[in-house]
Design a protein around this ligand. Structure first.
Ligand code: PEP
Ligand code: MG
Length: 589
């Protein structure tokens, strides 16, 4: 058994299909045996075929994932036609007298060397894109197709075992019979994780030595809730997990049947279950899962997959696509939240910060690039006019708000953008403006900020990491970065109370919104609006039916007297276990 990171819930039992090796360097050829002109021509032909593939893939991705999902293939096309890249390969053939394939590998080695020395995660991730492009060209040079086109994949349900899932492979996944995914590298926020969740495929990431332990054809079990991979399970284990897998599907089907039923507590109080989305595909999943709107549209995805700053028209198109695909066309768009661990070179991030999460990120970074924010504000307000035509509505919120001055500055920038659009005669709609509550300083001064915003959305992922001084991405301090820690509960209670007293709509859009234990205490605090990964909506909807607001209040009262995180968790599990039939099945934490 191996433990990795649980990235997409569910159980899968099946046969492994391993895709590891893609890069075996070709055997060296003796000097002088290479026909330079022939190799150059071969490379050129392979490059053209790769270009055609990418155009096809981009169009397919556009249909499946929308403009943001398609943009990655334009990045790949730009790598393909990059003169630096081309020169390296050609030099290898002409001067190094290498075959096209060997020269391609030499170029990749050079890039790998250079990239491995970079601290910047965004740039390191771009190496994945270069590898993807190299693999594609190589496939044409050798006249073989991508391992993922293999017949086995299109006919038998398998568990895909890969080092990393390349962006181009991800797009094709929807059409293949993939039961589960295990990756050697990657995290909860990697491409593989995001897509697996929106396709509802159970997945486990970060299982370091999996490709040394498993070969194609081995039987495997993966548990995407616990992050477990069982290799070569014995008959009994396999049977037990097959039963769980069946139950998981039955349960999911049963839950999905409730998608048009309103979300109610046991005492009939309506709650709002919204979805967190990154793309059109997620917005469609939100509809399928019965969310009533989008509570967090993370717009960074568009920038992260885009070769340059997306222009206003591109942004309008993407936002309109997401609005059209979203439940009731209700979407809360979050302004750009780059920086920290999500950086893009076109922002001109010149130096490495020693504390990126506390540094120049998010709204702070946007203030230094007002033109950048201005483009986004204009695009959002123009897209909002389309939402109005569709009978929906758009709200806009700003991440990482720390001070009152920042809210004033944001409001001023919004008014400037409105004035511009008006004077240009462009159609737009004014949008409610909200703050994300993610910084302890803002939590303490929330009352003084409320009259300047139209709504509040609690970003508990960041709020918890800042309150507990524990990096949300660092497994070594994961025991501290806990949303059910007593001090976190105290702060959440105060913030929610302040919003309710001031009649300001309040939502919570961090991961804890989709965790059943946390849901219970948040309900007890008076929260009625929750935004989560689309796949979790049916779980919380069903869970909610068993818990009344009064019971949640009394559970909360007692939970607030407990002094340790473990104690809180234990108490909540015990209490909810008594109330909710089959509580174990709902345990997503
Ligand atoms: C959060 O911080 O809780 C949040 C929803 O934003 P993100 O996870 O994108 O930082
Ligand atoms: Mg955040």
């Amino acid at each position: 058994m191996r433990k990795g990171i649980a990235v997409s819930p569910g159980i899968a039992v099946g046969t492994a299909f391993c895709v590891n090796k893609i890069f075996i360097a070709p055997a060296a050829q003796p000097a002088g045996t290479v026909d330079i002109q022939a190799e150059l021509a071969k490379y050129d032909a392979a490059r053209r075929c790769a270009e055609e593939d990418l155009i096809t893939l981009r169009d397919r991705a556009g249909d499946q994932l929308g403009a943001s999902g398609a943009a990655i293939f334009d990045v790949h096309r730009s790598i393909l036609s990059d003169t630096g890249f081309l020169n390296r390969v050609q030099d290898g053939i002409i001067e190094g007298r290498l075959s096209a394939q060997a020269s391609l590998h030499r170029a990749l080695d050079m890039y790998s060397d250079a990239f491995s020395k970079l601290d910047d995660r965004y740039l390191r991730e771009r190496l994945t894109d270069i590898r993807d492009v190299v693999q594609r060209i190589e496939g044409h040079l050798a006249d073989v197709h991508s391992a993922l086109d293999d017949d086995m994949l299109s006919s038998n349900p398998v568990i895909l075992v890969v080092d990393e899932l390349l962006p181009s492979q991800v797009v094709g996944l929807g059409a293949l019979k993939i039961r589960g995914i295990v990756t050697q590298s990657g995290s909860e926020t990697s491409h593989a994780a995001i897509v697996a969740r929106s396709l509802g495929i159970p997945a486990v990431s970060g299982v370091r030595d999996i490709l040394d332990l498993v070969k194609t054809g081995d039987s495997l079990v993966i548990d995407g809730r616990e992050g477990l991979v069982i290799i070569g399970p014995d008959g009994e284990t396999q049977a037990a997990y097959l039963k769980l897998e069946r139950e998981f599907f039955d349960f999911k089907d049963h839950l999905a049947e409730n998608r048009d039923v309103p979300a109610l507590t046991a005492d009939g109080v309506e709650i709002e279950l919204l979805a967190n989305v990154n793309s059109v595909a997620d917005a469609k999943a939100a509809v399928a899962m019965g969310a009533t709107g989008v509570g967090l549209f993370r717009t960074e995805y568009l920038y992260l997959t885009h070769p340059t700053v997306p222009c206003e028209e591109e942004q309008v198109e993407e936002y309109v696509d997401v609005i059209q695909a979203s439940p009731h066309h209700r979407v809360t768009i979050r302004s750009l939240d780059l920086g920290g661990d999500k950086t893009v070179p076109f922002l001109g991030r010149m130096h490495q910060e020693s504390n990126p999460f506390m540094g120049w990120r998010s709204i702070r970074l946007c203030f230094e690039h007002p033109g950048f924010l201005n483009t986004q504000l204009r695009a959002v307000m123009r897209a909002a006019a389309v939402a109005e035509d569709l009978g929906g509505d758009v709200r806009l919120m700003f991440p990482m708000i720390t001070t009152l001055e920042e809210i004033c500055e944001v409001r001023k920038l919004v008014v400037d953008s409105e004035n511009q659009l008006r004077s240009e005669g462009k159609r737009f709609a004014r949008v409610p403006l909200g703050m994300m509550l993610e910084v302890p300083a803002a939590a303490i001064s929330i009352e003084s900020m409320l009259d300047l915003v139209d709504f509040v959305s609690i970003g508990s992922n960041d709020l918890v990491q800042y309150l507990m001084a524990a990096d949300r991405d660092n497994p070594k301090v994961a025991h501290l970065c806990q949303p059910l820690a007593p001090p976190v509960l105290q702060v959440l209670k105060t913030v929610i109370r302040s919003c309710l007293d001031a009649n300001k709509p309040v939502t919570l859009c961090g991961e804890m919104a989709g965790h059943t234990l946390a849901y219970a205490v948040l309900l007890g605090m008076g929260l009625r609006s929750f935004s989560m990964s689309p796949a979790l909506v049916p779980y919380i909807k069903e869970f909610a039916r068993h818990l009344s607001t009064q019971t949640a209040e009394s559970i909360l009262q007692h939970a607030l007297t407990i002094r340790t995180t473990l104690g809180v968790r234990q108490y909540l599990s015990d209490e909810l276990g008594k109330l909710v039939p089959d509580f174990e099945r709902f345990k997503i934490t």
